[in-house]
Design a protein around this ligand. Structure first.
Ligand code: HXC
Ligand code: NAP
Length: 276
């Protein structure tokens, strides 16, 4: 029998990462680039896109990037089309663009709530919907980057909880609809990850950071490459029978509810109020 471990070969595969210009998503893109994949990415800022493409090329392979806002279907569709024309059918499609700020529901305008839902949830629909026609079928792996907010209710995160829970249900729905085409659709739930914009916003002080760490059974923040490894696994033949799954990569953080992470966010909110 063929060894599945040695068949996890991404050389020459086409990977597209929406929101891939920084943080966890760039970390995922880098893991695929290290494995020899051709990586395309998009985000809003042309400068950040250009810098990320240079980073990816530093791994020795091909990379390209386009400025596109995932809230606008036509921009996303154009970026995906350009990637498929340059690199061939998309084997791995990752939707990771997100927005977050710490605010109580009563401190958010309707537009504030909508902004995050549009980036996270509508953006993921746009990426997967516009990507469908460019996927390698059968065999493509689609991954949404979700969050613990999809599983637990956190004060000051009404917008993110609603958006990420929506993403995970969208993932399951698409797994059902597109499974017969040989397309797998999963989500990753990262725990608190080191050196990211997300944790800079949610745990901005040493005290808040410590609360967040106390909430992780493995007692540390995760790394971007650990999320990249999970994306490699989900896109490999070793995960050939996995679809519609939510994979926590979180040191156990989501096992015991919002808990300490919720306390970290409360401190983040106090900090933001004090700064005003
Ligand atoms: C209340 C706020 C606010 C705040 C913005 N708004 N910040 N409301 N409290 N702190 C409101 C604005 O007043 C406005 O409403 C509306 O939100 C849109 O704001 P804009 O600045 O016009 O939006 P935009 O330029 O599109 O920027 C989107 C953004 C921004 C989400 C607000 O922060 C952003 O670009 N973020 C991307 C990077 C990011 O957030 N990364 C972290 C991802 S981490 P009005 O009514 O005034 O028009 C993550 C989860 C981590 O997602 C989980 C860890 C466990
Ligand atoms: P980040 O560095 O801010 O990443 C967000 C990326 O999305 C940026 O590259 C940003 O680039 C892009 N983006 C934002 N809005 C966009 C839009 N409208 N259209 C296109 N691209 C857009 O934050 P991060 O902390 O690494 O988070 C990355 C992902 O992991 C998010 O989905 C987040 O919810 C998830 N997550 C993070 C953590 C954590 O510990 N950090 C934990 C759980 C889940 P531009 O500004 O150029 O658009």
């Amino acid at each position: 029998m063929k060894d599945l471990l040695s068949s996890a070969d991404f050389a020459g595969k086409c990977v597209f990462v929406a929101g891939g210009s920084s943080g966890i998503n760039l970390g995922i893109a880098e893991r695929f680039a290290e494995q020899g994949a051709k990586v395309a990415l998009c985000s809003r800022s042309p400068d950040r896109v250009a810098a990320a493409v240079e980073t990816l090329k530093g791994h020795g392979g091909e990379a390209m990037g386009m400025a596109a806002d995932v809230r606008h279907y036509d921009e996303v569709a154009a970026a995906l089309k350009a990637a498929a024309e340059a690199f061939g059918p998309i084997d791995v499609l990752i939707s990771g663009a997100a927005g977050n700020f710490v605010a109580p529901a009563l401190g958010m305008s309707a537009n504030a709530f909508k902004t995050v839902v549009d980036i996270d949830l509508l953006g993921t629909f746009n990426v997967f919907r516009a990507g469908y026609g460019h996927l390698s079928r059968p065999g493509a792996s689609l991954i949404a980057i979700s969050a613990p907010q999809a599983l637990h209710a956190y004060a000051f995160q009404a917008h993110v909880c609603a958006a990420k829970a929506g993403i995970d249900m969208l993932v399951r729905t698409l797994a059902v609809e597109w499974g017969p085409d040989g397309i797998r659709v999963n989500s990753i739930i990262p725990g608190p990850i080191e050196d990211t914009e997300g944790m800079a916003r949610l745990a901005p002080t040493p005290e808040a950071r410590q609360r967040a760490i106390d909430g992780v059974p493995l007692r540390r923040y995760g790394t971007k490459s650990e999320i990249g490894d999970a994306a490699l696994f989900l896109s490999s033949p070793m995960a050939a029978y996995i679809t519609g799954a939510q994979l926590p990569v979180d040191g156990g953080a989501t096992l015991s509810g919002a808990g300490r992470m919720g306390e970290a966010m409360e401190l983040a909110f106090k900090e933001a109020k004090a700064a005003r």
